[in-house]
Design a protein around this ligand. Structure first.
Ligand SMILES: [Zn+2]
Length: 222
């Protein structure tokens, strides 16, 4: 037996009209009917995240070095390969922090709460946000900082997170790596260098984009 809703769907189908020509395959998500990866991605990704969430706008509007912007994007997606994530992917047996061994190594622990980074933050964080800085969960914490109206702080925050993560990994995986003796001073210096480079770039009269044609050349005959 066919149920009522199926009957209605069948009844709503237009019968073939020979004058309209043969049937053809058409991609329903594009007005042109031509397949596109963009619409397929939107269809698959839409239930997972929303562009309306302020976190994504903040990350993409954070116009500082792109490598740090992408790093912040990974943080916002909770994709940093911390021990907690490694355990969930069966890549490690312990999710504890490698440095303090006191708790599970989450993103917030690595970037903010581990004693190895917390002492540096105490010297970096402005007084007016210090209360919330050490209390917020991950996403509100990101909104508080890259979203800050204080441009200098927003830059310093991103650079500090990126450096702390890099130093941590180098300390674990590079035998000869030595963590800077004064991490706060090293963070401020790196931030200053990025800002200086950005100012130079914004003042230059050179065109920012250059087109070059690249092609394969056939090797000479032997
Ligand atoms: Zn720790």
């Amino acid at each position: 037996m066919i149920d009522h809703s199926t009957l209605l769907r069948v009844a709503a189908q237009q019968p073939p009209v020979p004058e309209l020509g043969d049937d053809c395959i058409s991609w329903a998500l594009e007005p042109s009917g031509i397949f596109s990866v963009k619409t397929t991605y939107s269809l698959l990704a839409e239930p997972l995240w929303s562009m309306e969430e302020p976190i994504w706008r903040l990350v993409w509007q954070w116009r500082r070095p792109q490598r740090i912007q992408i790093f912040l994007w990974l943080v916002a997606h909770e994709k940093l390969l911390t021990n907690s994530l490694r355990v969930s992917r069966h890549l490690a047996v312990s999710g504890l922090c490698d440095f303090c061994s006191s708790t599970v190594e989450t993103i917030l622990h690595v970037l903010r709460d581990c004693p190895s980074t917390r002492s540096a933050w105490y010297r970096l964080v402005p007084m007016n946000i210090r209360g919330r800085f050490f209390l917020e969960p991950l996403k509100p914490w990101l909104i508080l900082n890259p979203g800050s109206r204080d441009e200098k702080w927003a830059t310093l925050f991103g650079v500090a997170c990126w450096l702390f993560w890099g130093w941590r990994n180098k300390g674990l995986f590079k035998q000869d790596f030595v963590r800077p003796r004064d991490e706060v001073q090293a963070t401020r210096a790196t931030t200053h260098n990025f800002e200086h480079a950005r100012d130079l770039w914004s003042n230059t009269t050179q065109p920012r984009r250059e087109w070059r044609w690249i092609q394969w050349r056939r090797p000479p005959p032997r």
